[in-house]
Design a protein around this ligand. Sequence first.
Ligand SMILES: [Zn+2]
Length: 449
Amino acid sequence: MTATNERPTGERRPRIGSIAVRVALLGAASLAAIVFRGALIAWFTGPFGAGRAADDRTPAAAPTAGRAAGSSPGSDADHVAYYTCSMHPAVHAAAPGKCPICSMDLTPVTREAERAGVIHIADDRRALLGIRTTRVVRAPIDLTITAKARIAMDETRLHDVAIRIAGYLSDLRVSATGQSVRRGDPLFRLYSPELYAAQQEYLIAGKNRGAMTAGDPGERLMRAAETKLRLWGVGDDQIAELARRGEPIERVAFASPASGVVVEKTVVDGAAVTAGQRLFRIADLDEIWVEAEVYEADLHRITKGTPAAIALDYLPGTTFTGKVAFVDPYLDPASRTGRVRIALANRGLALKPDMYATVTFQLPLGPRLVVPTSAVIYTGPRRVVFVDLGNGALRPQDVTIGARSGDLVEIASGLAEGDVVVSAGNFLVAAESRVRSAGAFWEDRHGER
Ligand SMILES: [Zn+2]
């Protein structure tokens, strides 16, 4: 019920408006017919009423023409609604003549111009009101997209240290997370009864092998034991040392498989470990990932290789530059953002995982039709500019805007290159247009409140 109640009210408003306009026009027309009959004949037959109107209509048809204005808009262009002074917009005269205030020639305002919201403001008055104009130009613009981002570890540079055999740790060299290690550095020693037994096997097989032939069973046993040791993580140099010593190593040293920072540590010195247990995670932070959250609407503009500038609150004044390495093929359903990854070299480990950053993508859009952002008036869902038609006339024009770039905004439709638009003082112009014009432009549109 609410919907059906509201609908007619919304529809009624413009109807009342147009009736009011029509009544006003009729009033004006009949008044004009009485007072300025001579003048009226003059403009119907004169230069303003040139062409078809002059041929078709007789002076007596004047009031009829006024009434028919709403139903046949095609002929409105030829009809003068009133005469005004561009210095004194309050002056409304039904006939041409001089302004009673400044004696300037009055300018005609056609019905079409009146309906289109056209107003006249002379140059002197423009200066007074601070109205400035600018030409619509085609200029190269950039689209700037900014996104919140987070520093993350490069997943390809993560290494886990897992133990493949059960035993007991000793000589733990990594005392805490955050410690840096280098590839090959000893991390810990492991005593493992199984590992000890395997070494013994290896040594006994070595002692028992006969002639150094490939088919020798002793040789085969020795190779099998060696493979077992290697698979458990014992290095070649340690196997060589074992052969040299001729005695098993009780606590075998294990070295770091990578350089980086220990970011996870699950054991302490002396811990008993089981086969498959992860002891450490080592992250190589020489290169890190910047993971930017880009809104769905902007996501299609960003592809692999798109240049990005990264700034951090933590490092004011420093901007890192990189290129997009990867765009996630899915969105975060909660934030409606897609993750865009930029790989960055991390000199001096200045960038730390989980830091926040702001990523800016500057995308060149090529030459576009642009006006200063100040030229566009936002009124409800509409975007309006004032076009300077010359001779003091300013006409409001609906436009569709595109990308913004600094203090320029792209005009996707509604203007042509070379058009002159109001770039300053346009709110005063809009206010005057609303007051002066019959209101058709400002009210006779759907959706506007
Ligand atoms: Zn005047």
